[in-house]
Write a protein that binds this ligand. Sequence first.
Ligand code: ZN
Length: 393
Amino acid sequence: MKNLLFTCSLLFSTALLFSCTSSNSDNAQACNTGNVTLTTNFATGRMDSCKRIAENEYFITLKPEINKAKTPINSSPWYAFKVQAKQPASIKVTMVVKGDEHRYPPKISKNGKTWQLQPYKLNGQRLVMNIEASNEAIYIAGQEIINNEYYDDWAQQLLEQSSISYDLLGESTQGRPIYKIESKGSSNEWLVILGRQHPPEITGALALFPFVETLLSNSDLASSFREKYNILVIPNINPDGVQAGNWRHNANGYDLNRDWNDFNQVETRQINAYLEQLVENNQKIKFAVDFHSTRSNVFYTMPVDYGVENAYFVRHWLGDLDKKMPDVEVVLKPGNNPDLGVSKQYFSDKFGVHAITYEMGDNTDRQEIIDIAINASNLLMSNMLSDKDHNKQ
Ligand SMILES: [Zn+2]
């Protein structure tokens, strides 16, 4: 494993990650006696049990959250915990995932902005790491921590630089705000951007930020684009899941990206209602991008023969991206699954347009994620503005 240094880099990166006042009481398992403490009383904090098994040796178990949808939970064992010691100590931490395997190589941070890979060994199912604990808190997490406050800070920075609106779209199951960012030009056509349905999918968030920043930039292309198209960004759809450090679900134990047919959950229901109300007011949804992470870079698309308008639009766009970045591996996977309840299918079925699920690999180089996002965003705009006939190959 390369010992990469990466930062949660945004173009406007002054956000503090750890304004962590609320505690995760549901998941507040901790080793919090003695010289060294391992705790989760901060936003996104999660380990399901912690035991001190010897002097300076700790054993952490990760377990999936309760799944009320009765479908197998996605294998995304998230963890985030804080280590602190009254007197400096070298500790050994062993971590296992109950009924599953590890997915995220551990990262370490002192300031919540700059993260490094934490050296570790895998002994079968046991992930073992040695950590230097001191009076200065350190954070260990499955990926860089991007909590709810981070999104708010990011949007506030955008507000200072762009002509956008930033306000409440609705509330989550537990009453947390779900925000929307909007740019309105002179037309009635909309590009929709969604993010963070699945809490641990940080590389999707790391792509969404530069993608949206590029759409909202001062370039001639972006300015022309915003004149012709409106933009709706809902960057953090599952704030309860983010807060709790869930592997997959919202606070009710539902996978929100399986709920775009039934709208059982308040998060998806409110977004659907908002989009319906736009359309009732003579607005038109033209395209949607939903940001996620998986094991490698994959763009899930709708098939060209699915019958939506501009059949070849996504192929033109992503063909341009491939020409621009020939050395970057992004796999295109067209698919059609009407019963699954994913957002991509919803946009195509409900509005008759293309949409994609934009997945970045868990371990994709962080700078490459930014480069892909900036190019994909610019090429999306140029394709949406071009005179090319997207109904033809
Ligand atoms: Zn996902």
